[in-house]
Design a protein around this ligand. Structure first.
Ligand code: GLP
Length: 239
């Protein structure tokens, strides 16, 4: 695992460099995207590089990590909407190849179809990850088996509380989400995890230096052969 510690703005530029390197070598790369506040700086840089004509996603395909169950793509708090606002509407990635799990159809067939679609696209080249305060990656909450594929999870109260800031009230935060599983994430050829802020310091220490255990889902990245972790100084404070 490679660890890079720097200021948030610099991390966004460095992480964007992984995308320019990958896409210049492999224009039809398969990208795994994430939501949350953490990737916003990176997405802004990717949009700028695209505007400047330095980065094209025209031949790429993407798969997002997760989506809230019960939220339609038009709902302002759905992850599909988030991706449209913050990335997809500003780059040239063809929308028919910009996949986000459905929050409206979570049948076993549809969930299994997400993993099949990833495999059919050739597998994910570069999977972006944030980290939840409890160590979740995607929406894989503590206790999720490392062998899990795309599935529906019940969100923990702490995750619902953490995400309530985006909704009018906690009651409106969905109780379930569809998420790539840990195995789905680990199958990606490269992982890129970003953590920002003092609130992530404890969980970053546990994930990067503690035991590899389903109780800290992000600890599984210690087992990945090609993983780069980008932390600002606050998130790296306890390393
Ligand atoms: C959400 C997402 C995760 C994300 C996490 C952290 O619950 N499902 O993919 O990593 O929250 O969010 P933030 O980046 O806002 O701290």
């Amino acid at each position: 695992m490679k660890l890079i510690v720097d200021k948030a703005a610099r991390l966004a530029e460095l992480a964007a460099g992984q995308y320019t390197a990958l896409l210049s070598n492999k224009p039809a790369a398969v990208l795994g995207f994430a939501t949350g506040s953490t990737p916003l700086g990176l997405y802004a840089v990717l949009c700028r590089l695209h505007r400047e004509g330095k980065l094209s996603f025209r031949e790429a395909t993407s798969f997002n990590l997760d989506e809230y169950v019960g939220l339609a793509p038009t709902h302002e708090q759905s992850y599909k909407y988030f991706m449209m606002q913050n990335l997809f509407s500003q780059i040239d990635l063809p929308l028919e190849r910009a996949h986000v799990p459905s929050g409206m159809d979570v049948s076993a067939e549809t969930l299994a179809g997400y993993d099949r679609a990833i495999a059919a696209a050739g597998g994910i080249d570069l999977q972006l990850l944030g980290i939840g305060n409890n160590g979740h990656i995607g929406f894989n909450e503590p206790g999720t088996p490392f062998e899990s594929l795309t599935h529906v999870v019940r969100l923990t109260e702490s995750t619902r509380q953490a995400n309530a800031r985006f909704f009018d009230s906690i009651d409106q935060v969905p109780t379930q989400a569809a998420t790539m599983g840990i195995r789905t994430v680990m199958n990606a050829r490269s992982l890129l995890l970003i953590a920002l802020g003092r609130a992530k310091a404890e969980i970053i220490r546990a994930a990067l230096t503690g035991p590899v255990t389903p109780e800290v889902p992000a600890s599984v990245i210690q087992l990945h052969p090609d993983c780069t972790v980008y932390c600002d100084e606050e998130a790296a404070a306890l390393l």
